[in-house]
Design a protein around this ligand. Sequence first.
Ligand code: NCD
Length: 304
Amino acid sequence: MKHVLSPLDFSTDELDRLMDLACDIEKNPQKYAKKCEGKQLATLFYEPSTRTRLSFESAMLSLGGSVLGFSSADSSSAAKGESVSDTIRVISCYADICAIRHPKEGAPLVASLRSGIPVINAGDGGHQHPTQTMTDLLSIRSLKGSICHMTVGLCGDLKFGRTVHSLIHALVRYPDIHFVLISPKELQIPDYIREDVLKARGIPFEEVTDLEDAMPKLDILYMTRVQKERFFNEEEYIRMKDCYILDVEKMKLAKQDMLVLHPLPRVNEISVEVDEDPRAAYFKQARYGKYIRMALILTLLELA
Ligand code: NCD
């Protein structure tokens, strides 16, 4: 049984097959409309979510399956003190596959050790978010034509942003990717990513604080929200929250074919006028999130 805990659980060949399947699903949804009849997806969300939970649920429903679950820790037995291990043992009796989001790093891994069904990490604290990465890769491949030879700017909260951590892990496996890491000093990527992933693999990267300076060289700009819920003190969050705001003026500095991605939700970091720019791809990206999750469910249930 395969679980998805990290973006590295799939090889680049497996990811290619997954993305091919997602593209076929997008083109021929009818062909897949009954593939998961009789199957159930459980969504165990101990942290807030809109896109991830609903795109998983929409994915399963569009495959003819059904869904069950909870959308906050308060409405589950976690509020009574039940452990993730016990919850997953029980859910394994009710569902065929589950997606779990939890504020503690490693909780989906703990769940997978006790699970009788495939476990998908739908975000664990400030650690990883592999299905967002699959969404991001599919967005890049679909909108840019391939995932290679490009300069990728990652901007905002690189310290706590799990989507950034997963995306870096995944992208270093593709040829000729150069990173520009744009953040305030306080929100730089964690050491384990700088040392064990980027430096260890000899990946070209630079760490900068200025977004304007970086703009002209980027092929992709991946904006992120400052992760309020992971700050230890509110003052620090308030000081950081508007550190970068992508606006129409800054977009003038960018290449004509640069893509702007964002895992969403957006707070202030992209002004709404940018939405009209053809290079703004974050709502398309959210659409790809459903197709890749459909492909993932089919693959993990061995129905592909
Ligand atoms: C992200 C997350 O939960 O990490 N959202 C998402 O799943 N699309 C990004 C965020 O919350 O900032």
